[in-house]
Design a binder for this molecule. Structure first.
Ligand SMILES: C[S@@+](CC[C@H](N)C(=O)[O-])C[C@H]1O[C@@H](n2cnc3c(N)ncnc32)[C@H](O)[C@@H]1O
Length: 213
């Protein structure tokens, strides 16, 4: 969460009342096992975007335990919709599979592997998506984006989470993050220059790209 918006974010989060049992259980699991998942206000925004757009096909880069995946499926509300999701960590992948089963949704294809390898396979298979959610290793965001963009349907949206990386893009940061910070900063310039892009300073920074029509 961006430090400057902390109090506003906290207020927004406090106002969100979650009733879905599985979602609540996943939030607890994530807290107890230090699994990073989207923050509640970002989940709410994701849900709102998907519900209001009528999107039917979603790709997620960075599944973790399936939390945002299930949030998106709930919002999609299409019997013929589908979710394709990629996770590199085996323990999280297995936990996500368990949660997907419990959710009752059948239209999910989850890949265990490095998105750098899985995305080109999906491109090769001519997969297409209305909505693409990028939420994995930040140092590789531009690669994930460029590969994913090839599969974005006209009128579709790519949602890039944590693009402002804890606020380190505009304030002092630990030296070990120098490479990631520089890469993300350049990536934002690239998106502004080449794409229909908007940068939103909430959550941990959200980038939205709309496909060229
Ligand atoms: C922030 S978490 C995803 C959270 C999830 N989207 C949610 O909100 O429920 C990022 C995940 O991306 C995974 N990841 C990191 N690098 C990856 C890569 N190269 N390919 C696939 N997954 C990756 C991590 O293991 C981690 O579980």
């Amino acid at each position: 969460m961006l430090e400057e918006l902390k109090e506003a974010n906290e207020y927004v989060i406090k106002k969100i009342v979650e009733k879905n049992k599985l979602i609540l259980e996943m939030e607890e699991y994530a807290r107890e096992n230090n699994v990073p998942i989207v923050t509640k206000e970002v989940a709410k925004y994701l849900e709102f975007l998907i519900r209001s757009s009528g999107f039917k096909t979603i790709l997620e880069v960075g599944t973790a335990i399936g939390y945002s995946g299930i949030v998106m499926l709930e919002a999609m509300n299409h019997k013929d919709g589908k979710l394709v999701t990629i996770e590199i960590d085996e323990v999280r992948y297995e936990e996500a599979k368990k949660n997907f089963e419990e959710s009752g949704y059948k239209n999910i294809m989850s890949y265990l592997g490095d998105a750098n390898e899985v995305l080109p396979v999906l491109v090769e298979q001519k997969e297409c998506f209305d909505f693409i959610f990028i939420d994995a290793s930040k140092g590789q965001y531009q690669r994930f984006f460029e590969e994913s963009y090839k599969m974005l349907n006209k009128g579709g949206i790519i949602f890039i989470d944590n693009i402002m990386f804890r606020g380190y893009l505009y304030k002092e940061y630990p030296k070990r993050f120098k490479t990631i910070v520089k890469k993300l900063d350049k990536f934002i310039d690239y998106l502004h220059e080449k794409h229909d892009f908007v940068l939103l300073p909430f959550g941990d920074g959200i980038g939205l790209v709309r496909s060229k029509l």
